[in-house]
Design a protein. Structure first.
Length: 70
């Protein structure tokens, strides 16, 4: 999901009902609105959390590699 307010994409990697320290999603850093993504599209993303000790929902995730899947 793209958030215009944050100017960033949020990646959901686990269903919301699954217990997860980050709420099952991260906010992608380094991927902008012009990346050609659409809501619900799958992608392969590699990188790291900016702050692994964060307890905020959808914490920032610094992308090192990104590939949209068909």
């Amino acid at each position: 999901m793209y958030s215009a307010a944050r100017n960033a994409w949020r990646l959901r990697y686990a269903p919301a009902e699954v217990e997860d320290p980050y709420g099952g999603s991260v906010t992608l850093l380094g991927i902008d609105a012009s990346a050609g993504l659409r809501q619900g599209q799958q992608a392969r993303v590699e990188g790291r959390l900016k702050d692994p000790s964060s307890s905020e929902p959808s914490p920032p995730y610094q992308v090192s590699q990104f590939r949209p899947l068909p």
